[in-house]
Design a binder for this molecule. Sequence first.
Ligand code: CS2
Length: 494
Amino acid sequence: MSALSLNNSTLSSFPTSISVPRYNRQSLEAGIVHVGVGGFHRSHQAFYTDNYINHTGDLGWGICGIGLREADRAIKQSLEAQDYLYSLLVKHPSGKTEVQIIGCLTDFLLAPDDPEAVINKMAAEETQIVSLTITEGGYNYDPSTGEFDFSNPDIQHDLANPNKPKLIFGYLAAALDRRRKSGQKPFTVQSCDNVQHNGDVIRKMLVTYISSYDSELADWVASQVSFPNAMVDRITPATTDKDIVLAEQLGVIDSWPVTCEPFHQWVIEDKFCQQRPAWEKVGAQIVNDVTPYETMKIRLLNASHTVMGILGSLRGYQTIEQTISDPLFATVVSTFMDNEVTPILDEVPGIDLSDYKRTLIARFANPNIKDSLARICSQSASKVSTFLVPTIVKNLKIGGNTAIANLVIAAWCLYSDTHSSQQGQPLEVIDDMAETLQQAAHASRISPLAFLEQPSIFGSIIENESFCNEYKYYISKLYAGVAIEQIMEVVLSN
Ligand code: CS2
């Protein structure tokens, strides 16, 4: 059978090998407004929600997508042309790919086109949750102080233009203000980003933002809105042209399918000021305190990704799977997890850390997932400060081991300076801070600690003498052209 285009009229014609929504999409109501409809939202929260609606028939939990940036226009156009349907390609290590057509997206609003429509949608009575995947950098805090960054020009713009904001804080503030003034209940703000205590962070940032101009609204938000913390997990590589071809071979003509691994986990604190879907019916874990789960996940999974991303890029590898298949890199990752992260983790209820780490290595090695190092290294400035620096800081406090993390930062300096592998292949560096990073990195040719002199990323680790001495050693070797593998061998032998 030839492939079918994806839209409402073809849904009933797909073969049974492809799962399709079993509910009446026309009757869906969007109880959720989601900001940041990237691959991860579509493989995770939307997947759970679609499963939930299939399982319960509860039609109140459609999702209206929001894009805050002009760059989101492409995804809006793709979804619009497909009646907001898309296919999720779940890639198993065996080589098998399952296809699930996800139907719970009901609409997509591009904020720069019509900010008012976005504010209205969030303020609408049926909106019970505004959820977010705005990336680690979207929270607008200075990692060295944890405080809201008012110096961001977009924040200044939003304070001056409350009805035409650019960033999330302005939208949430305007919509919550309308709800308060019209006597409605607020919505829950649910973060789905890889930020530790993501709910606490968005709460603090939003309340600080609003406090700067309206203390009454700030008090109302602080006391009435809930911001559950959550741990989110599913490896979701960026979609490539090959995935579009694969979807077609499997029967679906989709201009933007999403690929992901079979594994998925979502641990959520049950703090919702309005209703929520019973996601626990389809595998989410509802807990009182998510802290140990999120710390474990960010410090083991995300930080190991960063370790492989930076070291692997310098070595000239392209994907995580390729990097972890090299026994030297696999040993470095395991050693990092065992020696530098495990000792600083608290007990995680119901989880055996050795099993968890074994599963992580197997997930990284899934040969059917081609997760590019370019994706992993994108926005490294916010990833390093979120995933790696807190581990270093904690270890420096307790006299723990920091050798591999230290080498990764030195390697990131060379990476940021040359934008190429050690063999001279150019690297695609996607980072809002790329220029600043390159300047700081370049200065290390003369002053070896220059890269560490960026407190917004590294806090005050530059004040630790033994860390700096080791770091200078790695910088001298790397800038002398010593191969990263050779330095990794030295680190492992110590
Ligand atoms: C990755 C994450 O971008 C990254 O740095 O570590 O996107 C990772 O794949 C997800 O958090 C997995 O849940």
